[in-house]
Design a protein around this ligand. Structure first.
Ligand code: NOJ
Length: 558
């Protein structure tokens, strides 16, 4: 058992724009984060992952960076940043920065130079190609709709952008680019930060020749995945990054790895520590995707979810490390997706989902507001939507006649990223206490009943349940290091498993339905006295029951 602080930590993700506004401009900022440090300490988290705070024209809310060593004006100054970092450390909280280096903003000085001429010294910082018979160099679509190529008149060539037009992809094959990135990372490490969450890091190495992707009938673009995700040199580049930067500091590193398989994850997050500590995989998030894209309102079947979680829990055991998440700034609220956000079951199902995740092996990530039981948002129409992905997809899908407007809007309300991006609900005053100004995106109207002030003060709230789950991870080694065994794999309602470390065993059982259902405890728990570690129902006996009430979650220890 190789003990590490980042295996024993719980990470809390902050999306700064929506966290807390200190100066009344309607946009969250660094001083707002500093003002909530006591709150985060009370929750008990160990690490903050800070979504990008760098200078950016905000085509993609900071994931388009124009200067990696400057702070976005709307968020404050470098002095505000330093104060925030110090305050976090004073509260015993580490800071992990978002590292967005698959692409920059087109307003980054590197790209401004690069696009000037074919012989500019920075030309090869990006991926430029000639058109093919007056068309794009290949048939790849961008993740944010449209072609992945943008024609640039100045030199009569195209540049590659896997995301928005304003996010040109860096050319990682160029060693000068890699050195620039490593230099910038070192600068942040010297400042005293504690790690990096690496944006779409699995996409930095593109296949030789950039071949056309397979295009199914009715599809607008070819599938770039085999040529972009987990590309030919990605592990080489990460090993180089590890040698030149990461291994010189004591960091938490997590790679956002679109398209990662179990076999690839064993390389990225290998326990020898030659690349990263862990990856974010997407298989459990993709379960409710449609045939060709994420836009549907279909529900995840529980047996499929269990199969995938089981695969990752057992597949990485002893050779790599898992990250655990239900929510982030790119996903709708899990409570509305897999739980039940009605008044009757909201809190029970929020606690049940949290129990399922927080009792597994891996480093758990809590996304701002998840600890309050925040839900998806009743957007009224497309005017309420701010996210470039949703706005572009709405246009593309409706113009191509793939979905009508009403259907597409319904999908955006269910799956769109803005569900996670409305302001954190601090109290029941105007704008949920997020800002004294006009918020940049609507506040979820349910803030009058779902807010931090009420949650913190009520002992049986979702907040206080998360607090307990987090504290348990700090005291129970079996939660961090125990092995995982799935029970009842085919059951449609119950997610149950055991964790085992030496002589200590946990039995975790969660009911994903609003019915009372039966559950089979393993032989060493059935009918036997055990210690109740946590449950979302107040009344429990002293032995595991044979039934679970609606959305009930229990964790027994022996
Ligand atoms: C993944 C990030 O999480 C997402 O928010 C962003 O839009 C894309 N990468 C592009 O940077």
């Amino acid at each position: 058992m190789d003990k590490k602080w980042w295996k024993e930590s719980v990470v809390y993700q902050i999306y700064p724009r929506s966290f807390c506004d200190s100066n009344g401009d309607g946009i969250g900022d660094l001083n707002g984060i500093t003002s909530k440090m006591d709150y985060l300490q009370e929750l008990g988290i160990d690490v903050i992952w800070l979504s990008p705070v760098y200078q950016s024209p905000n085509a993609d809310n900071g994931y388009d960076i124009s200067d990696y060593q400057a702070i976005m004006e709307e968020f404050g100054t470098m002095e505000d940043y330093d104060r925030m970092l110090k305050s976090a450390h004073d509260h015993g909280i580490r800071i992990v920065m978002d590292l967005v280096v698959n692409h920059t903003s087109d307003e980054h000085e590197w790209f401004i130079e690069s696009r000037k001429s074919k012989d500019n010294p920075k030309r090869d910082y990006y991926i430029w190609r000639e058109g093919k018979d007056g068309h794009e160099p290949n048939n790849w679509g961008s993740c944010f709709s449209g072609s992945a190529w943008k024609y640039d008149e100045a030199t009569d060539m195209y540049y590659l952008h896997m995301f928005a037009e304003k996010q040109p992809d860096l050319n990682w094959e160029n060693p000068v680019v890699r050195d620039e990135v490593f230099k910038m990372m070192t600068w942040w490490c010297e400042k005293g930060i504690d790690g990096f969450r690496m944006d779409v890091i699995s996409m930095i190495s593109k296949a030789e020749g950039l071949p056309d992707g397979k295009k199914g009938e009715g599809e607008l673009y070819g599938d770039y995945t085999p040529y972009v995700c987990n590309g030919p040199h990605v592990h080489e580049y990460l090993q180089e990054m590890n040698q030149k930067v990461l291994s010189r500091y004591d960091l938490l590193t997590v790679g956002e790895c679109a398209g990662v398989t179990l076999e690839e994850a064993k390389k990225y997050a290998n326990s020898q520590g030659t690349e990263l500590n862990m990856v974010f995989q997407f298989e459990h998030m993709d379960l409710d995707a449609g045939e060709t894209c994420k836009w549907t309102d279909r529900k995840v079947p529980l047996p499929a979810l269990k199969e995938i979680m089981n695969k990752w829990q057992t597949g990485l055991e002893g050779c790599a490390w898992n990250s655990l998440y239900w929510c982030n700034h790119d996903q709708p609220r899990m409570l509305s997706r897999m739980g039940n956000d009605s008044d009757e079951y909201r809190e029970l199902s929020a606690k049940m989902l949290a129990t399922t995740l927080h009792m597994m092996q891996g480093t758990p990530y809590v996304y701002q507001g998840e600890e309050l039981g925040m839900t998806n948002v009743p957007f009224r129409n497309m005017d309420d939507i701010r996210d470039i992905e949703s706005i572009n997809a709405f246009r593309e899908m409706t113009e191509a006649g793939i979905f009508d407007e009403e259907t597409m809007f319904r999908y955006i309300c269910y799956k769109g990223r803005d569900n996670a991006r409305t302001p954190v609900q601090w109290d029941d005053s105007e704008n949920a206490g997020f800002t004294t100004g006009t918020p940049w995106i609507m506040v979820n109207p349910n803030y009058t009943k779902i807010n931090a002030k009420e949650q913190v003060s009520r002992p049986d709230s979702v907040f206080n349940y998360y607090k307990k789950l987090i504290a348990l991870r700090h005291t129970e080694d079996v939660i961090v290091y125990g092995t995982f065994e799935l029970l009842m794999p085919d059951d449609e309602n119950v997610f149950a498993y055991t964790r085992t470390l030496d002589g200590t065993r946990l039995f975790v059982a969660c009911n994903y339905s609003q019915d009372t259902v039966s559950v089979e405890a393993p032989a060493d728990f059935a009918g036997q006295k055990a210690e109740l570690l946590i449950s979302n129902y107040a009344e429990q006996g002293d032995t595991p029951a044979a039934v679970l009430r609606p959305y009930e979650a229990v964790v027994w220890k022996k």
